[in-house]
Ligand binder design. Structure first.
Ligand SMILES: Nc1ncnc2c1ncn2[C@@H]1O[C@H](COP(=O)(O)OP(=O)(O)OP(=O)(O)O)[C@@H](O)[C@H]1O
Ligand SMILES: [Mg+2]
Length: 286
């Protein structure tokens, strides 16, 4: 009974998450009204061409753009992310600030960042990162070991992601929703940490704590699951898949990691087991 109630609650709240035209207009009006000085007579309008984000978003992220009224002014483009609960938006803001202070690239707030918008909820506004892409859009399913494209299109990106994740973990950041769609890059190929509402930013001298290591292990589990979900080496044997994960992800990850901890190795072992189970369930369905 309890389970039934919960799933009903989740499905109704999920539908309420979809943002409609009225709500978008409410956000536009709120931002125009609250930023008159900054906007210098310009107004925000919906930017429909920036639709990439929407396909990756559970929050219906949408983009607004100003139309400059003089050649000397650059248009301002902001991404708007709606949260149903203001506490969650605040957690994201706090984590973005902490992550930026640790020297990682993340989103920058537009103006005061958070807006309470009538009939809509809490909206987080960040400056658009041009040509932003997520690792979800790499061709994980298309190339296989032995094909010459595999090295450039799949293996090398996986190695750089492994290095990036270990740098993040070594500096006390566990993302806690580390799916491929939540690992970003800009046009200079710099990694971007974002969607950090549930992230943990630990004291830098306490990265060996078991509690923090549990969060780190969860990142590895989530990441491997999302690789399986995207069809990485889906057609290969388990042994080939496992070898590739070890050689091209876990080895660069562990070599670059400043944490040396047996508990972590155990958690990584569990993460691999779960990912092999996921994979065999998926392959049976194909
Ligand atoms: N400042 C920005 N610059 C460029 N793109 C952005 C920006 N903010 C959000 N996006 C786009 O919106 C997408 C979703 O953002 P984010 O992951 O923060 O929201 P989400 O709805 O929580 O996603 P999820 O479904 O993972 O929970 C990003 O992948 C990105 O494409
Ligand atoms: Mg996301």
């Amino acid at each position: 009974m309890l389970e039934h109630d919960l799933s009903y609650f989740q499905s109704t709240t999920r539908e309420r998450d979809r943002i409609d035209d009225y709500e978008v207009n409410q956000v536009i009006n709120c931002l125009n009204l609250n930023n008159q000085e900054l906007l210098q007579g310009q107004e925000f309008k919906l930017n429909k061409s920036q639709s990439l984000g929407a396909s990756d978003s559970a929050h219906d992220v949408f983009f607004l753009q100003t139309k400059p009224n003089s050649k000397n002014i650059k248009p301002i483009i902001v991404a708007c992310k709606r949260f149903r609960r203001s506490e969650n938006a605040e957690k994201e803001v706090i984590n973005i600030k902490k992550i930026s202070r640790r020297g990682f690239k993340t989103f920058q707030f537009f103006s005061k960042g958070i807006y309470e918008v009538e009939d809509v909820g809490t909206v987080l506004t960040t400056r658009l990162i041009p040509q932003f892409i997520t690792m979800n859009h790499l061709p994980w399913r298309d190339y296989f070991l032995g094909q010459k494209e595999f090295v450039d299109r799949t293996q090398k990106p996986l190695e750089t992601i492994g290095n990036f994740i270990s740098t993040m973990h070594s500096q006390g950041i566990a993302h806690e929703d580390l799916q491929l769609k939540n690992i970003g890059k800009d046009q200079t190929n710099q990694f971007i940490i974002f969607d950090v509402e549930n992230s943990i930013v630990n004291d830098e001298d306490k990265i060996d704590d078991d509690d923090f290591i549990d969060y780190v292990g969860e990142d590895i589990r989530t990441f491997l699951k999302s690789l399986v979900d995207k069809g990485f080496l889906y057609d290969s044997t388990e042994a080939i898949f496992l070898n590739a994960v070890e050689n091209y992800f876990l080895t660069p990850y562990l070599e670059n990691l400043k944490i040396n901890n047996d508990h972590l190795l155990t958690l990584i072992g569990h993460a691999i087991d779960t990912c092999l189970e996921d994979r065999s369930v998926k392959n049976h369905k194909i």
